[in-house]
Design a protein around this ligand. Structure first.
Ligand SMILES: Cc1cc2nc3c(=O)[nH]c(=O)nc-3n(C[C@H](O)[C@H](O)[C@H](O)COP(=O)(O)O)c2cc1C
Length: 225
């Protein structure tokens, strides 16, 4: 019967930040793959792409921090942590940070609802990704006034995009390419940073156009079918 890519969109997830640090380096990336494994002891798994800088620092330090995110998490936050590498930028610079008891950093803003620090107790090779098993050494709530951010809310309501390094990437963007509306005379422009799609009857975007979600300029938009 083969592999129907759309089937993978039926899997549900949350969205999280995974962070690692080693010596004077810090890295963090958005992940959709953090799961509680057990409660005695408390253990989590996270799945991280081997090319991500976060992966390198977790492997070297054998520790990681996972932060759960709130639904009002904005696209600047996702863009900062999910669409660029800590190899190139200090992703923490734009945010206030806090420290766990052992001194690992977490992002201290109201987009983070809880913080978990883990020591790595196992690593499974998942080809492009590694599955890190971690025993929780500290866990605390941060800002729990909002609902948790789910992957479905990110894709469906925020119109967020999934980059190729995400575990949930399936190699297509069906809701963008199979547009039910496909009305004549409507042009669609997709933000290459956050995936927001703008529809207009105009052939081109105005020069001053900026993405309402991630604030990327007009140049970052691509016309789509
Ligand atoms: C919605 C979304 C989900 C993602 N899920 C994962 C994931 O589960 N695992 C992963 O390794 N990367 C995932 N990524 C991609 C990383 O966040 C991205 O590659 C990041 O730029 C890596 O940063 P780093 O090099 O600083 O570690 C996801 C990104 C987004 C926006």
């Amino acid at each position: 019967m083969g592999i129907e890519k759309k089937a993978f969109h039926q899997l549900s997830y949350g969205l999280y930040l995974a962070a690692g640090e080693y010596e004077d380096k810090r890295a963090a990336c958005v992940i959709n793959t953090a799961v509680q494994v057990s409660s005695d002891p408390f253990q989590l798994i996270i799945i991280v792409n081997k090319d991500n800088h976060t992966h390198e620092l977790i492997e070297k330090s054998q520790k990681f921090v996972v932060m759960t995110l709130n639904q009002h998490c904005d696209m600047d936050f996702i863009k900062n942590f999910g669409f660029q590498s800590s190899k190139d930028v200090d992703k923490f610079a734009a945010y206030k940070t806090g420290s766990t008891t052992s001194g690992l950093s977490f992002v201290d803003c109201n987009q983070v609802s809880a913080v978990f620090e883990c020591k790595v107790t196992g690593e499974l090779d998942g080809h492009t990704h590694s599955i890190f098993l971690g025993e929780v050494v500290e866990a605390f709530e941060h800002d729990t006034t909002e609902k948790p951010l789910t992957y479905s809310y990110y894709r469906g309501t925020l119109k967020g995009k999934t980059p190729s390094k995400a575990s949930s990437y399936v190699g297509d963007e069906p809701e963008h390419t199979e547009y039910e509306g496909a009305q004549k005379g409507i042009h669609r422009f997709e933000c290459q940073i956050c995936g927001y799609v703008y529809e207009t009857e105009e052939e081109e975007l105005p020069e001053s156009f900026i993405c309402p979600l991630c604030k990327a300029p007009k140049e970052k938009f691509k016309k789509i079918a």
